[in-house]
Design a protein around this ligand. Structure first.
Ligand SMILES: O=c1ccn([C@@H]2O[C@H](COP(=O)(O)O)[C@@H](O)[C@H]2O)c(=O)[nH]1
Length: 276
């Protein structure tokens, strides 16, 4: 069964479930705070609890692949189950893998996350365009074919990102602006929302680039990194309704209580609605 385009599925999820993405980031410190071991059993219990608490109510869940990969193949098996169970419960899953490579290697990454039948099949994946935007072509094409989404890093939430992303190319165009322009081209004519998104940190003082890409804008940095929902209208301007605010630690710190995790997510959904 072919999925409807990711952008349409995402728009509907945001409109019905509220504008929020919660990250599944099993940091060692969070496992300890939840009374779990920094081991496979802890990883499994943490992920299961987040899915149980949130997958039937939050628009997007974003597992951070690195926290699973650090446990090797058995950690990846937990990631596979997490993705499957989250999707079965109705959440859209955005795999935060930030992959990027050339030609057939990029095609293999795309297959891993965007090919139906793959054990890690997700609704969307984060990618790095810093081997050149054109290197993402296999992922963009497979996503379009399968009703999936791709989120390219444009202006990340970390201060170090600026040295690359704000750099100005020989043609005078800043690197991030070029990424955003090319995403806009991928989304041309899509309605209600394109499937090709950008990662733009909520922590930015000023985006300073055109964010009107007709696609989703994943905004990490809220909570533990210091940004708040109230910052979003200033950073994203007229594109704020296409923002997918992303929070990991500031929701997860309320676990392992399922009601407390739900209440935290609900609070962030309310704060977004109040801010825009
Ligand atoms: O620019 C970026 C891109 C990705 N991230 C990821 O989002 C979460 C943020 O976690 P918090 O606990 O809410 O700070 C994490 O997985 C990052 O790798 C980002 O922060 N910034």
């Amino acid at each position: 069964m072919t999925l409807a385009p990711f952008g349409a599925r995402l728009r509907q999820a945001l409109d019905t479930r509220g504008q929020l993405c919660v990250g599944i980031d099993p940091h060692a410190s969070l496992l300890a705070a939840w009374g779990l071991g920094d081991d496979l059993a802890g990883l499994e219990s943490f992920s299961r609890t987040v899915v149980e608490a949130l997958a039937d109510r939050v628009a997007v869940l974003k597992p951070q692949a690195a926290f699973f990969e650090r446990f090797g193949s058995r950690g990846v098996a937990v990631l596979e189950r997490t993705v499957e169970e989250a999707r079965a419960a109705g959440a859209l899953v955005l795999m935060d893998a930030k992959r990027g490579d050339i030609g057939s290697t990029m095609a293999a990454y795309a297959e891993a996350f965007l090919s139906p039948g793959s054990p890690l099949f997700s609704d969307a994946v984060t990618v790095s365009p810093y081997l050149g935007f054109g290197s993402l072509r296999p992922a963009l094409d497979l996503a379009r074919e399968q009703g999936c989404g791709v989120f390219a890093l444009a202006l990340t939430s970390n201060p170090e990102g600026a040295e690359v992303q704000r750099a100005v190319g020989a043609d005078g165009e800043p690197v991030a602006a070029s990424v955003l322009r090319q995403l806009a081209a991928e989304n041309e004519g899509a309605a209600p929302l394109g499937s090709f998104g950008a990662v733009v940190g909520a922590t930015l003082a000023d985006a300073g680039v055109d964010l009107a890409i007709n696609g989703p804008l994943l905004a990490p940095g809220i909570g533990a990194q210091g940004a708040t929902m109230a910052d979003l209208p200033r950073v994203f301007g007229a594109s704020v309704m296409n923002v997918v605010p992303s929070v990991s630690r500031d929701v997860l710190k309320h676990g392992p209580s399922v009601p407390a995790l739900r209440a935290a997510a609900e609070r962030f959904v309310g704060e977004f609605a109040g801010a825009v």
